[in-house]
Design a protein around this ligand. Structure first.
Ligand SMILES: Nc1ncnc2c1ncn2[C@@H]1O[C@H](COP(=O)(O)OP(=O)(O)OP(=O)(O)O)[C@@H](O)[C@H]1O
Ligand SMILES: [Mg+2]
Length: 244
């Protein structure tokens, strides 16, 4: 692993000229992007704009982007999706520990479950969890791997509004404690501005807007000073007064 000082100065993720096409249609069109180590970034964009494609590329899950440009990302990367992807035939703790070994693994798994508020549910089956609890378990599974980079593709998209707000608080707290670089894909402008320190808008295969959200945490949806950021993001997404 890189020395601590280098980690602070070197971007965790560096993309240069990243391009991805499907059947002749260009979805990512020469993307240049640096994500500094430890930064919490959100990625917005219309449905079909290429957010998941970009996330998959950064996660190293898309072998076809190799050669289209340059991509460097940390070694320890965790990905969280909209559904928890827990294996139904394994109990919660076993899901969290999947693929891990070593004598410390179980202790770390239990600690991670406690951190996401699932202490006591280690032996539950995935189908005994609510949607929010399942996503907590998915977060614990990521956490236990001590990722340098956490990629999340609409992780709260299937949750009800109240659960979503609780998950926002939890994710931000986890980030503050562990400080991975985060790239959070979302459709929700408010989710982006409440959680992230930087918000990107993907448009026509490029980063159309790169906005730093300069407000202290914890942030409230009701903070009127977030209104300017909201307006700028909605405008970048092409949402005009007529659509509101
Ligand atoms: N494996 C694939 N084969 C063909 N086309 C694909 C493939 N993966 C993605 N695409 C196309 O690339 C475009 C971008 O898809 P992507 O899933 O990245 O969008 P998105 O921004 O994540 O959308 P959403 O917000 O709906 O999740 C879409 O038009 C999609 O149809
Ligand atoms: Mg997507």
């Amino acid at each position: 692993m890189a020395p601590h000082t280098e980690q602070l100065t070197r971007p965790a993720v560096q993309l240069r000229g990243l391009t991805r096409s499907f059947e002749g249609r260009t979805v990512l069109d020469g993307i240049d992007l640096d994500l500094p180590a430890g930064q919490f970034t959100a990625l917005l964009g219309h449905s079909g704009s290429g957010k998941s494609t970009l996330l998959r590329a950064v996660a190293g899950l898309d072998h076809k982007v190799a050669g289209s440009g340059q991509l460097s990302a940390p070694e320890r990367v965790s990905v969280v999706f909209q559904d928890s992807r827990l294996l139904p035939w394994r109990r919660v703790l076993a899901n969290v520990l999947l693929g891990l070994d070593g004598k410390d693994a179980e202790r770390k798994g239990r600690e991670a479950l406690a951190e996401v508020g699932l202490k006591g549910r280690e032996r539950a089956w995935p189908n005994e969890l609510s949607g929010g609890e399942a996503q907590r378990a998915a977060l614990a599974r990521s956490l236990v791997r001590e990722p340098e980079l956490l990629l999340a593709d609409e992780p709260f998209g299937a949750l009800d509004a109240l659960t979503r707000i609780r998950m926002h608080t939890l994710l931000r707290e986890l980030w503050e404690r562990h400080r991975p670089s985060v790239l959070l894909v979302t459709h929700d402008v408010d989710e982006a501005i409440v959680l992230a320190d930087r918000v990107l808008v993907l448009d026509q295969g490029r980063v159309g807007l790169d906005l730093t959200i300069d407000r202290p945490h914890p942030r409230s949806y009701r903070d009127p000073l977030l209104g300017d950021y909201r307006e700028r993001l909605l405008t970048a997404l092409g949402v005009t007064e007529d659509h509101k």
